[in-house]
Design a protein around this ligand. Structure first.
Ligand SMILES: [Zn+2]
Length: 178
């Protein structure tokens, strides 16, 4: 607080606009993380997700606090539950990375996170589906022989071949003849 006051005095000669700016910055510096946290998300009425407004390229919400960058979902968990134990992750039950609703967050390990992803298999399927196109899916579907060999031929996983063969994914591509 004291250094703050000094700073204000030193800038006394500045025009009002500049002084306001500095005062604003000082105010901001004294806000708690919780105060900074509020009003930076929009509650989504259907899912109950609290959508953070500022997100990075990985989809997670973030903000700057005391010169450090913080993940919004991690900050939310800490504000509502206390400090995150070392080595623990904050995972999303709702799969919405920008969500900061503490009720949608849970404490997990990297293993939990992976397990969680496995349970929600669609992550994997989506990723794999992206690797190929409908033409390749059609070819795989009509390929004869062991799934292992087909997988090698098209450089995809064996489970992808199985899923296509069983008609679990790429149904549109495999039903239509080119
Ligand atoms: Zn959510």
């Amino acid at each position: 607080m004291q250094s703050g006051n000094k700073k204000l005095k030193r800038n006394k000669s500045l025009p009002a606009k500049g002084a306001n700016k500095i005062f604003g910055r000082l105010l901001k510096a004294h806000l708690s993380e919780k105060e900074l946290f509020e009003n930076r998300y929009i509650p989504e009425p259907n899912s109950g997700c609290w959508l953070w407004l500022l997100t990075g390229p990985n989809g997670y919400g973030y903000f700057r606090y005391k010169k450090t960058q913080r993940f919004a979902h991690r900050a939310s968990w800490e504000i509502h539950n206390g400090k995150i134990p070392d080595g623990k992750l904050i995972c999303h039950k709702c799969d919405v990375r920008s969500c900061v609703n503490p009720n949608h967050l849970f404490l997990g390990t990297h293993l939990d996170n992976n397990r969680d992803m496995m349970i929600k298999k669609r992550h994997k399927i989506l990723k794999k589906e992206k690797k190929i196109n409908s033409e390749i899916a059609f070819k795989i579907y009509n390929e004869k022989g062991f799934h292992k060999n087909i997988a090698e031929k098209y450089n995809v996983s064996r489970s992808l071949v199985s899923q296509i063969k069983r008609g679990e994914i790429w149904q549109d591509a495999t039903k239509n003849k080119f």
